[in-house]
Design a protein around this ligand. Structure first.
Ligand SMILES: [Mg+2]
Length: 342
């Protein structure tokens, strides 16, 4: 008998997640939301707990030839906190799983944990446990985060409605552009170790790759302004991919405007220098860890002058129509490339 073999790449990450989640119907009444959002939502009386996990693998998610361990530690916490922010919650505790080889010294582990500590202090999160094990060669760091919010205050990907305004924080594409610079400098260094890296004019984009920040500041500001987004997700895989998640979960379509996509001027210039289209970087690059959310039109007045929230388009009822209006006023279908690790 010939065994059937399907490549994981054929399904893709999201296909694989759907395949797994379809086999695990929720059994506990306290499991309010399982797989399919930025974090799971668990009933805790007056509150809900938010639970999420993220794993970073050497050689896939980071390259230690240009990622300092301290930054890696910080980033590993920040990307988890970002998922709690995306649920409109506050992070409270993390646990860390670490697999590490004897390639790393105690001082290297100290550097990693110095970054973790800086992030814990910044986001007011407690490190409460974990597991450390040997690894044959590479470094693997897996963090799970527990967050909390008042029941009913949590925001899902599924709440976007017709006529809602689509908002995104900060700027997009920078982290991907930064990665391209770091990869280029690494290639140059490998061919000629005498060469010094030329990162001077590209600090912003490189910083976006090495030192991402979860946008908890925005979550606190929205709460102060009494705004509860109708849907929200963090931008980890690229704007287009995240818009598709909101479209699919909410059963609505999105219409965005290319000229409204926020791109930092320095990152823009760097992209052009590298022959990259800055808008493609913003749409498909990922790792920006900004927040993408939708608001009711009636909330627009309260944030219309916010310097770090950008209004990029509208929600409409047709879930099959996810489009972008280009600067030349052409209507083009959005394409989500998502991620391609498999
Ligand atoms: Mg997320």
């Amino acid at each position: 008998m010939e065994q059937k073999r399907t490549e994981i790449a054929q399904l893709g990450e999201f296909g694989l997640i759907d395949r797994i989640s379809s086999k695990f119907p929720l059994q506990q009444p306290s499991s309010l939301k399982g797989i399919g959002d930025d974090a799971a939502v668990i009933d805790a009386g007056e509150d809900v707990l938010l639970l999420s996990t993220d794993m970073l693998i050497e050689g896939i998610h980071f390259d230690l030839s240009y990622m300092p361990l301290q930054h890696l530690g910080y980033k590993a916490v920040a990307v988890n906190v970002s998922d709690i922010a995306a649920m409109n919650g506050k992070p409270e505790q993390i646990v860390i799983g670490l697999a590490i080889s004897n390639r790393f010294s105690v001082e290297a582990v100290d550097a990693l944990y110095a970054g973790i500590k800086a992030a814990c202090d910044n986001y007011k999160v407690d490190l409460v446990g974990g597991d450390t094990t040997a690894s044959p060669s590479g470094l693997v760091i897996s963090i799970s985060v527990l967050g909390r919010t008042k029941k009913g205050n949590e925001v899902y990907r599924s709440g976007a409605q017709d006529k809602d305004i689509i908002c995104v924080t900060g700027d997009l594409g920078g982290a991907y552009i930064g990665l391209q610079i770091l990869e280029r400098e690494k290639a140059v260094y490998l061919t000629n170790p005498e060469m010094q890296p030329e990162l001077d004019n590209h600090e912003y984009a490189v910083g976006r790759q090495l030192k991402p920040e979860a946008r908890m500041d925005i979550i606190y500001e929205l709460a102060d302004l009494n705004i509860k987004p109708t849907a929200m997700i963090d931008v980890s895989d690229g704007l287009a991919s995240e818009l598709f998640h909101i479209s699919k979960s909410s059963g609505v379509g999105v219409r965005i405007f290319e000229d409204k996509i926020p791109i930092d001027e320095n990152a823009y210039n760097t992209a052009v220098e590298f022959n990259l289209d800055p808008f493609t970087c913003a749409l498909n690059g990922g790792e920006d860890y900004e927040l993408l959310f939708t608001i009711k039109q009636s909330d627009f007045e309260k944030i219309k002058n916010h310097s770090d929230i950008h209004f990029i388009g509208y929600v409409h009822p047709d879930a099959k129509q996810n489009v972008m209006i280009t600067k030349g006023e052409n209507v083009v279908p959005l394409k989500a490339q998502g991620w391609e690790h498999f």
